[in-house]
Design a protein. Structure first.
Length: 319
């Protein structure tokens, strides 16, 4: 009897061991499959995010190309006009010099006639506005070249969207750079008000923060159809610098507001947005130890608040 009970117990133990072994293997297989699916999903999302960044960069470059093309066009036109004006002035100088040469070669009886011709040419030359016009055109051209130079300098901060270098920067400079790059979306349509305070510097990845600010400005511009007002403020708060972007656009409905930072969520028509803009912004700000929040009222507008930690000054070494 004891032998039979022992045999039964052994069989049950073996059966239980096999059951738990098979169950554990099944669970591990399930976990492995879930991990594989999660990795594939993350890889897919990373690819879409990378593609979105490239698309944003392409749109930005196209906008900058448009901004550069305008001053480049009138610089080219001014140079051509100045060339024509110089030719006209050379012709007037040639008349005077011809008269001088004639005067030097004539006898006394022809001097008075030559003098009259030179005087007439001199008066025409004195009345000519050619040089003043050329000078004004060159000044306009210099201003156009200055605008192009500013655009190129500001573009440098956006040129490498994935640069990993940390730096200590003034966020007001980043705001101005982003406004310059987004100028083609704002000009003649959006009134921009800058209320930038005296703020301490922030340690961050400048290219990423520039991307955040450009995204905020672009979103605000798109939220205002025909015209509107964008107010950008920067203020120092305890341990952080807060930058806010307030627009007078449509506003965001209450049922949509909690979803705006979710990946792939968008209210734009199909083909016009991936829903990654604010998701990437949120990820960047969190990665910098900061925070982003939003306040909106339908029909009134929206305000985004971005907070970034103030760069800590290195502790003074003991003497």
């Amino acid at each position: 009897m004891m032998t039979a009970m022992l045999a039964i117990t052994t069989v049950l133990a073996l059966a239980a061991a096999v059951y738990f072994f098979l169950r554990e293997r099944k669970l591990r297989a399930g976990l492995s499959q879930n991990e594989e699916e999660a990795k594939k999903r993350e890889a897919s999302q990373a690819q879409v995010i990378h593609t979105t960044k490239l698309a944003s960069l392409g749109q930005m470059v196209a906008g900058v190309a448009h901004e550069i093309n305008t001053p480049l066009g009138f610089v080219k036109s001014n140079v051509e006009v100045v060339s024509d004006l110089i030719s006209e002035y050379e012709a007037a100088v040639t008349k005077v010099m011809t008269g001088v040469d004639l005067l030097l070669s004539l006898d006394a009886s022809m001097v008075d006639r030559a003098k009259a011709a030179i005087q007439k040419a001199r008066i025409e030359l004195a009345r000519a506005t050619t040089l003043n016009e050329a000078r004004e055109l060159l000044e306009d051209s210099a201003e156009g070249l200055k605008q192009m130079s500013s655009l190129v300098l500001n573009l440098k901060g956006f040129a490498r969207v994935d640069r990993d270098g940390m730096d200590t920067i003034d966020l007001n400079d980043s705001i101005r750079s982003a406004l310059t790059i987004a100028g083609h979306q704002l000009r003649d349509r959006i009134q921009v008000v800058q209320e930038l305070g005296d703020v301490p510097k922030v340690k961050c990845m400048p290219s990423q923060i520039n991307q955040v600010f450009l995204n905020m400005i672009t979103n605000a511009a798109q939220a205002m159809d025909d015209e509107g007002k964008l107010t950008i403020r920067s203020v120092a708060k305890p341990n952080v610098v807060e930058v806010s972007f307030e627009d007078t656009g449509h506003g965001i409905p209450d049922d949509v507001l909690p979803k705006i930072f979710d990946p792939f969520f968008t209210t734009k028509p199909v083909g016009e947005g991936t829903g990654l803009g604010l998701s990437i912004v949120h990820k960047i700000i969190q990665g910098h130890g900061g925070a982003i929040r939003v306040k909106s009222q339908v029909g009134k507008g929206t305000t985004f608040f971005v907070e970034l930690p103030i760069a800590q000054k290195p502790a003074a070494k003991a003497a």
